[in-house]
Design a binder for this molecule. Structure first.
Ligand SMILES: [Zn+2]
Length: 107
C-alpha cells in the first residue's frame, strides 16, 4: 500500500493553542472516529500523527491509494482551512532506500 506524508504548517495566530475557531475544528476531528472517516477517502491506515507544537508543523503518515483523496479528506475535515499542506510519497528505509541502493548500484 502506498505511503504518503501529509506535511502541514500554520501560523502562530491560526494555531489551535491560540485560536478558538481552529481549536474547535481540531478537537471535533480528534474526538471523532477519524479512522472510519479516513477509509471513506481510501486512506487505509493512519500510521502516525506527529506534531512539533511550537514550530507549528506536523507530519501525518498514512497508507492511502490516492493523494487527491487525501486532499479531499483534509478539506472535508477542516484541516486544510488553517494549514498549508503538501502530500509527499514516502518509502521506508528498509524496503525503499536499501533495496533502491542495491538495485541502482547492482550491489
Ligand atoms: Zn501550532
Amino acid at each position: 500500500m502506498p505511503l504518503f506524508g501529509i506535511y502541514g504548517k500554520h501560523t502562530t495566530e491560526a494555531c489551535p493553542w491560540n485560536n478558538i475557531e481552529t481549536a474547535k475544528i481540531l478537537l471535533k476531528l480528534a474526538e471523532s472516529d477519524v479512522d472510519s472517516q479516513a477509509t471513506e477517502y481510501k486512506i487505509h491506515k493512519i500510521v502516525g500523527q506527529y506534531h512539533s507544537a511550537l514550530e507549528h508543523t506536523f507530519l501525518w503518515v498514512v497508507e492511502a491509494q490516492d493523494p487527491h483523496l487525501i486532499q479531499e479528506f483534509c478539506v472535508d475535515t477542516g484541516v486544510a482551512t488553517f494549514n498549508e499542506l503538501k502530500f509527499v510519497p514516502l518509502i521506508t528505509f528498509r524496503e525503499g532506500v536499501v533495496s533502491g541502493i542495491k538495485k541502482i548500484h547492482s550491489l
